[in-house]
Design a protein around this ligand. Structure first.
Ligand code: SF4
Ligand code: SF4
Ligand code: SF4
Ligand code: FES
Length: 1001
């Protein structure tokens, strides 16, 4: 048997795993070693030279060396020690140590800590200013070249983790510095403000502006006073040494711990589920968010996007609802007045009871929130079912995700992503269909981009827009709108016709091949070419790439689901994966990308008309009996109305009352005019939100709720990963967490609930739900997470179907399909196709993101994308106002000319309350799920006259990152530094005084 490999570290054996970096083995052993540029999640950069160790008489960088069995390593020999000091002295020559008055003096500054670790008393190389100004142009962060030690972590993160490829270092310059787009200001560069670079910066060179002047006790001194203090410190350094100075700064740093609160939370925007610590300060008069610090989130590692890193100011917005509001009806017009909780809750309880008494329980309906927690969705559906007695219960997955879930239920059994983001990262081929992943799921997109850039993964994108992922793809398919099902089926048929399918897999694991093959008959390559407008050659290339790829993942989103055949196209995706054997292994599977942070969890926790928690059917007598015995009531056996049917039912006079929380139905449901007309017909409408949303305008009572930072609970991300969030702030004003409001209301209706903490709600869910049987707050403590299904002993399933599919015989099903014509087709009157979707900076309609001024600066309003050709043909300029009219409504919007769209296709992001795209979308839906076919919208465009004396101006400012010019390179390109004239490795020439690697002025 082979012995365990080990190195002799300072004479002691240290075991390592084959392929492990020496620095990781050293760190694991507890040996302290300087390592300023090393960051585990970035890998070796080798720029700082402080990790020099001696191996068999030679100096090497521990971060750039693999551990080898029998290696003899000395981390503290005179040679190594001298080299480490020399390297660090060079760093101090590039960085002014003023820790006590530095906002980065929080115990985690690598420069400070290394000064202490090496017991540096005096620096040999004096600090000198560099010939650059600070760059403070970006609204969120600033770069201080004087403090920059040129470690390159930021470049590595931007180039190879975020893969935005904005940052580089001009190693050949006399005065190297970090560059944005090769020399632009930060704000005019391609920087997407994701924050990766700031997160990994080991010192204060890159800092969040929200930290500056706020983190320390003495950091908000006026600049002259600050400068004087720094001079004093520098003045006494030769005499007292750094030891004494650092002691003072360490005391100050310790004092900060009592006023800076660090709370683990989970992002409240998209379904990627990034988690991080949020640093806050709170007093009776003041609440401030210092920064978001991603440490090692299970879904995101160190990654964030602009929204998760910087989009939190809505929490402290002056627009927050802080008191319950009651509508007063007056002849001269209605208005809302503030009320006490007691009055508002009593009124709602009384009206719900009256309506139930008069019209029956099914005259009421409930819509839960995919922004709120799992526990809150559970309580909302419990209120509907146990207390009111109706299954009229839904959530906004109806607007986007339900068709994908249906496609997976039909074919493989579970309605969730089949693996994790790590699996997507492992795939040798990623196919993205109908998803602008880089903007809608930014952190997940970084994993695809980095696999493609660095690890040879292939990428195929099918999208009618040429967004970032399409530009990066090896093949970009540009099918005609609503034809993805056709090309997917034609490629699958081609694979089967040519015997390229995974025969063993199909024989062992899949039912229904013969019927499925028959259903594929119409889907020839010629038909796909004609209907989709994709060449036969390209389609064959796609087929061969899939069958030749060792592992394929398919990602899709609203570009697939929001069609009248959204469920069928989702099914076609899963069929293709089955035929090619791309399930049951790491790096394979189906990934419908969940939109909202907790849209997966809202459905998982029973906020659906036909399911209790964990997709247990309300029509199943045994399941119902279980819930009846725990809830101690008789429950309705008939599925309720979904949110699309609710709107129809209001118009038909069957539905009299509705309670909605954390959901902007007026703006996000399709055919807004129809929806708002319905809401105004309700006898009694209750809205619960953190802001006075458009939906609130129709309410009779409005409850002020608390956002995620003001409560505890759990969210479930797109990977089926359940994660805890902790409370960072007290609820603002009289606002309350949704779960408390729901409980108070239920109790006024006689429920007798007594939950003291959301963990008790989750315990109840676990007891009733096989899918969540082993979920508990203890198992989710801190950064721990679980992927459902979770067995009673806590075993979870990050990758589904490793043993069998979720059907009684363990086999998957191929599901036969037909193609149907899309709804709302173009004709002479409505000659243009209008596509719509999310964008990077704003989340959905922007009711949270517009309240962060920096985000508003980057994207101040919505716009309509139009191709250069169509703009020329119709006389549209950048910034021209146009009127769009569909069969359902009209709006005015400014044009943005871009080659992201082509031909007769227009695109509008959803980020507007003024020009809301759902004034144009219609009522047609996916047949199986009633998901609106938002993407099937035809419009007529009228160009409006430019007001006299004015010039059309682009709706997007020059400072939007899409106007930047990235500078792709592989990481920090450290070899260029080593080739600099005068660079010598520390320790290489102990007599040399040429210590400064970077010349200063
Ligand atoms: S995109 Fe901007 S914020 Fe993100 S890592 Fe690059 S430079 Fe930093
Ligand atoms: S700005 Fe970049 S290169 Fe400079 S110290 Fe920070 S991470 Fe290192
Ligand atoms: S919006 Fe999505 S990608 Fe961005 S930080 Fe939040 S969870 Fe992560
Ligand atoms: S930590 Fe090894 S060179 Fe910087």
């Amino acid at each position: 048997m082979a012995s365990t490999p080990s190195v002799a570290m300072n004479g002691k054996a240290v075991i390592f795993t084959p392929g492990e970096l020496l620095i990781d083995a050293i760190n694991r052993s507890g040996t302290e070693l300087a390592q300023v540029c090393y960051h585990k999640q970035l890998g070796p950069i080798q720029s700082c030279d402080t990790c020099m160790v001696e191996i068999d008489g030679k100096l090497v960088r521990a971060c750039g060396t693999l551990a080898v069995d029998g290696m003899r390593v000395n981390t503290a020999s005179p040679l190594a020690d001298a080299a480490q000091r020399e390297a660090f002295d060079r760093i101090l020559g590039n960085h002014l140590l003023y820790c006590t008055v530095c906002d980065n003096n929080n115990g985690n500054c690598a420069v400070h800590n290394t000064t202490a670790l090496l017991n540096v008393e005096h620096q040999i190389i004096p600090f000198r200013d560099k010939p650059y100004e600070k760059d403070e142009t970006n609204p969120f962060y600033r770069y201080d070249p004087d403090q920059c030690i040129l470690c390159g972590r930021c470049v590595q993160a931007c180039q190879n983790v975020q893969v935005n490829e904005t940052l580089s270092i001009n190693w050949e310059s006399d005065h190297p510095r970090v560059l944005w787009d090769g020399g632009a200001t930060i704000n005019e560069s391609s920087c997407v403000s994701c924050g990766h670079c700031i997160t990994v910066c080991p010192c204060n060179a890159l800092m969040e502006k929200t930290m500056i002047g706020h983190a320390g006790y003495m950091t908000n001194l006026p600049a002259p006073a600050l400068s004087d203090m720094i001079d004093v410190v520098k003045g006494i350094e030769p005499e007292v040494g750094y030891g004494a100075i650092l002691q003072l700064s360490e005391v100050e740093s310790k004092m900060r711990e009592s006023r800076i609160k660090r709370t683990k939370t989970v992002c409240t925007y998209c379904g990627v589920g990034c988690s991080f610590d949020i640093w806050t300060e709170e007093s009776a008069l003041h609440r401030h968010i210092l920064k978001v610090e991603p440490l090692d989130g299970p879904a995101n590692g160190i990654s964030t996007c602009i929204k998760g890193k910087f989009g939190w100011e809505y929490v402290n917005s002056k627009d927050r609802l802080t008191k319950p509001l009651i509508r007063e009806r007056r002849l001269e017009g209605d208005f809302f007045r503030e009320a006490t909780w007691d009055e508002a809750l009593s009124l709602v309880a009384r009206r719900f009871a009256e309506i139930k008494m008069e019209h029956g329980p099914d005259a009421l309906a409930f819509i839960s929130s995919s922004k709120c927690t799992n526990e809150e969705s559970y309580l909302m559906q419990k209120l509907a079912r146990q207390v009111i007695g109706t299954n009229n219960m839904d959530n906004c997955s109806r607007y986007c995700q339900a068709p994908a879930t249906t496609g997976l239920w039909r074919t493989v059994g579970y309605g969730g992503d089949s693996g994790t983001i790590e699996d997507i990262q492992k795939a040798s081929l990623v196919i993205i269909i109908g998803s602008n992943t880089a903007e809608s799921h930014p952190v997940l997109a970084t994993r695809v981009k980095s696999s493609h850039k660095l690890r040879g993964a292939k990428l195929i994108v099918s999208d009618i827009r040429e967004h970032e992922m399409a530009r990066r793809a090896d093949i970009h398919l540009h099918p005609r709108p609503s034809t993805d099902l056709i090309w997917l089926s034609a490629v699958t048929r081609y694979i089967l016709d040519n015997g390229l399918e995974k025969k063993d897999f199909l024989a062992k694991w899949v039912n229904g091949i013969e019927d499925y093959k028959k259903s594929l008959e119409p889907f020839t390559m010629a038909m796909a070419n004609e209907r989709c407008g994709i060449s036969i050659e390209t389609l064959k290339q796609v087929a061969h790439m899939i069958v030749e790829s060792p592992s394929t993942c398919i990602l899709w989103a609203m570009g697939v689901t929001q069609h009248s055949m959204g469920s069928d196209t989702s099914t076609a995706i899963s069929n293709l994966l089955l035929v090619t054997g791309n399930y049951m292994r790491p790096g394979t599977g189906a990934y419908p990308l969940r939109g909202h942070n907790n849209v997966q969890g809202a459905s998982d926790h029973g906020a659906m008309p036909n399911y209790y928690t964990g997709y247990q059917k309300v029509t199943d007598d045994e399941v119902r009996a279980k819930f009846e015995s725990v809830w101690k009531v008789k429950l309705p056996a008939k599925p309720g109305l979904d949110n699309h049917q609710m709107i129809d039912a209001i118009h038909e006079g069957k539905l009299k009352s509705m309670y909605i929380f954390g959901e902007e139905i007026v703006l996000v449901d399709s055919n807004e005019n129809y929806v708002s007309a319905a809401l105004s017909k309700l006898d009694f409408f209750v809205a619960q939100d953190i802001f006075f949303s458009e939906t609130c305008h129709y309410a009779d009572v409005i409850f002020p709720a608390s956002p995620s930072l003001e409560k505890e609970g759990t969210f479930t991300n797109t990977e089926r990963r359940v994660q805890r969030l902790y409370q960072a702030f007290e609820p603002l004003g009289d606002s309350r967490p949704d779960w408390i409001i729901l409980q108070d209301l239920a109790n006024r209706l006689g429920a007798g609930w007594n939950y003291k903490h959301p963990s008790e709600i989750m315990d109840e869910v676990a007891g009733l739900t096989p899918l969540m049987a082993g979920v508990s707050y203890e198992r989710l403590e801190g950064y721990k997470s679980l992927h459902w299904p979770v067995a009673p002993d806590g075993t979870d399933e990050p990758l589904l179907y490793t043993k069998q599919f979720k059907f009684p015989d363990g086999k998957a099903n191929l599901f036969p399909l037909e193609w149907t014509e899309p709804a709302d087709q173009q004709n002479e009157d409505f000659d243009l196709h209008l596509n719509n979707g999310r964008m990077l900076e704003h989340f959905h309609e922007g009711n949270m993101t517009y309240r962060t001024p920096g985000i508003k600066e980057k994207v101040p309003c919505t716009f309509m994308e139009i191709s250069p050709d169509l703009a020329l043909e119709r006389g549209v300029q950048n910034g021209s106002w146009v009127e769009l009219t569909s069969r359902y409504g009209n709006l005015r919007v400014q044009a943005l000319i871009t080659d992201r769209v082509q031909g007769k296709e227009l695109y509008m992001p959803l980020n507007s309350v003024e020009s809301r795209v759902n004034l144009l979308t219609g009522t047609h839906t996916d047949k199986q799920t009633h998901t609106p076919a938002y993407k099937e919208t035809s419009v007529h465009m009228r160009v409006l006259a430019q007001p006299m004396g004015t010039e059309a101006k682009s709706p997007l400012p020059r400072t939007n990152p899409r106007f930047g010019h990235p500078t792709p390179q592989n990481g920090v390109e450290i070899e260029r530094k080593w080739k600099r004239n005068g660079y010598i490795m520390p320790g290489a020439n102990p007599t040399s005084r040429e210590l400064v690697q970077i010349k200063t002025k």
